[in-house]
Design a protein around this ligand. Structure first.
Ligand SMILES: Cc1cc2nc3c(=O)[nH]c(=O)nc-3n(C[C@H](O)[C@H](O)[C@H](O)COP(=O)(O)OP(=O)(O)OC[C@H]3O[C@@H](n4cnc5c(N)ncnc54)[C@H](O)[C@@H]3O)c2cc1C
Length: 506
């Protein structure tokens, strides 16, 4: 027998836990958080690679409703962020709602009963509303490389670090130059015998304003909350001011490129290596990376930068697209995640019996990044076009939580067994507006191929505005954008005597 809940949240990262807190604050206690893993934490449970840390300062990369005066550094490490999420889970009494080891295998809208039916690894659930918070960067992407299966040594992805493997004294190859790879390289370089970095595209790297947050600052943040708020406000404001250059005037990013080039020049004296590390696309087109130790690590005697992607594996030999061949004992992929083809989409079937993946075959699209046509009472946390290039995703998550809260309020006001489904015209109009704005952004015009773009070159991931604008457009649910569905009326013959119109058996 399936357990019925008002809301089923899928995922227990910042998005799912944030939704759970918000539900409780809205007085909704009849909900579960379905998590496929055996612990909460999402990104910050899965990414345990050496050097793993956030790249948006911790005082902004945390919930506004759960400030943490104790952040140890500007950019705190994974153990601290994971511990923070565990604390949030305890503080807000979320444990009783957690259903761990409960991978959602399918979610199907039952139009007859007006509810979702979920099949999970730990049993069946039905829910009035589903919140999908499965994360934009949660399913690792491993490139298909001929011969990889026969590589004799350990092979793993940055988000599934194998701590059983001792890399000390080994010849290690790292594939990729994204946000994870540039944290891994300096962390492992001192202990491996040889490190080869396969770089398909060099990244733009800016200095990282990281430092320990002093005891005095922490004391002050604990005793005088206004100081904490001011710090967060400043971090937020600086990033909001940068948005226009990314979304409307990429030509203004030349100055930032100059800063990045100076950073590279300072660290890398060898002009040939510097040339290999210099990007040929506009800064910001791919995610800008922050590091003070990545470039210095690449200049060490035990490091080689192969300016070409890994094309083939022949035994323990790794062959780059340009023909370079190196031997390695272990292979680490920092090749990112499945971002534009959200894996959960294949498992969610809507009102017409069509999966979300089919609906999105020409590109992901959702009204206000949150609801999709054909999928009643389903909301995404970090849905299509909600990603940020320069600021904290928690800001976007919290905006979507406002929308979720209003969505539930609207359902309550409408009463009965009701569902709201985004009108296709509203989704299309929203998406057309987004795509029009995308044309001017650095992501679409900067001359790079990035994970913001899908296989057709459409940008279905990034938000082309400020976080303040997103907060504004997700404050309220506009019922004009929705179609209301009501449960088909059943014959009234069974209504118990004495009950009036409103008490018709449902
Ligand atoms: C290394 C790294 C560093 C990052 N640093 C920053 C940063 O500094 N600033 C920033 O803004 N963003 C950063 N991000 C992006 C980060 O992913 C988001 O900020 C945020 O953590 C996403 O939270 P989420 O809850 O949406 O997703 P996740 O944290 O990915 O959580 C999703 C959860 O859903 C679960 N799940 C997935 N599918 C199913 C299923 N079918 N059934 C049940 N459960 C399922 C997963 O197991 C996971 O626990 C970083 C990402 C990575 C990988």
């Amino acid at each position: 027998m399936a357990e019925h809940v008002r809301v089923a949240v899928i995922g227990s990262g910042f998005g799912g836990l944030g939704a759970a807190v918000r539900l409780r604050r809205e007085g909704v206690t009849d909900f579960v958080v379905l998590e496929r893993a055996d612990a909460i934490g999402g990104t910050w449970r899965d990414n345990t690679y050496p050097g793993c840390a956030c790249d948006v300062p911790s005082h902004l990369y945390s919930f506004s409703f759960a400030p943490n005066p104790e952040w140890p550094r500007n950019f705190s490490g994974q153990p601290h962020i994971r511990a923070y999420l565990e604390r949030v889970t305890d503080t807000y009494g979320l444990r009783p709602h957690l259903r761990l080891n409960s991978e959602v295998r399918s979610a199907r809208w039952d139009a007859e009963r007006m509810r979702w039916e979920l099949d999970t690894a730990s049993g069946a659930y039905t829910a009035d509303v589903v919140v999908s918070a499965t994360g934009p960067l949660s399913d690792p992407r491993l490139p298909e490389i001929p011969g990889l299966d026969a590589f004799p040594g350990p092979v793993f992805h940055s988000a599934r670090w194998d701590h059983g493997v001792d890399l000390r004294g080994k010849r290690v190859a790292v594939v990729g130059t994204g946000a994870s790879a540039i944290q891994i390289v300096p962390a492992i370089q001192p202990e491996v015998s040889r490190l080869t970095l396969f770089q398909r595209t060099p990244a733009w790297v800016l200095p990282r304003a990281d430092r320990r947050i002093t005891g005095v600052e922490r004391w002050l943040h604990g005793k005088v909350p206004a100081t904490r708020a001011a710090r967060r406000g400043m971090l937020w404001g600086i990033r909001e001011l940068q948005v226009g250059a990314f979304t409307k005037r990429p030509d203004r990013l030349g100055f930032v490129e100059a800063v990045a080039k100076a950073h590279l020049r300072r660290a890398v004296k060898d002009p040939e290596l510097r040339a290999r590390l210099t990007p040929d696309y506009r800064i910001g087109c791919k995610r800008i990376l922050l590091s003070n130790d990545y470039y210095p690590a690449l200049t060490r005697a035990n490091v080689d930068v192969v300016a070409s992607g890994l094309a083939e594996v022949r035994g323990s030999g790794l062959v780059a697209a340009d023909g370079t061949r190196v031997e390695a004992d272990a292979l680490v992929f920092g090749t990112g995640f499945r971002v534009t083809d959200m894996p959960i989409a294949r498992r969610i079937t809507g009102a017409d019996g069509v999966t979300l993946a089919e609906t999105w075959k020409d590109g992901m699209a959702a009204l206000r990044g949150t609801t999709a046509a054909g999928f009643p009472n389903l909301l995404f946390i970090i849905g299509p076009n909600t990603g940020l290039g320069n600021s904290s995703m928690i800001l976007m998550i919290e905006s979507q939580l406002n929308y979720l809260a209003d969505f539930l309020r609207q359902l309550d006001v409408l009463g009965g067994r009701t569902a709201l489904v985004a009108r296709p015209s509203a989704v299309n109009a929203w998406n057309r507006g987004i795509q029009r704005r995308m044309e001017r952004t650095v992501w679409n015009t900067g001359g790079c191929d990035s994970w913001y773009l899908d296989s057709e070159g459409r940008n279905t991931t990034a938000w082309p505005g400020t976080t303040a604008e997103f907060r504004r457009v997700t404050r309220r649910v506009d019922l004009q954008e929705y179609q209301m569905l009501r449960e088909p009326r059943r014959p009234r013959t069974q209504a118990p005597a004495g009950l009036g119109e409103g008490a018709v058996a449902r």
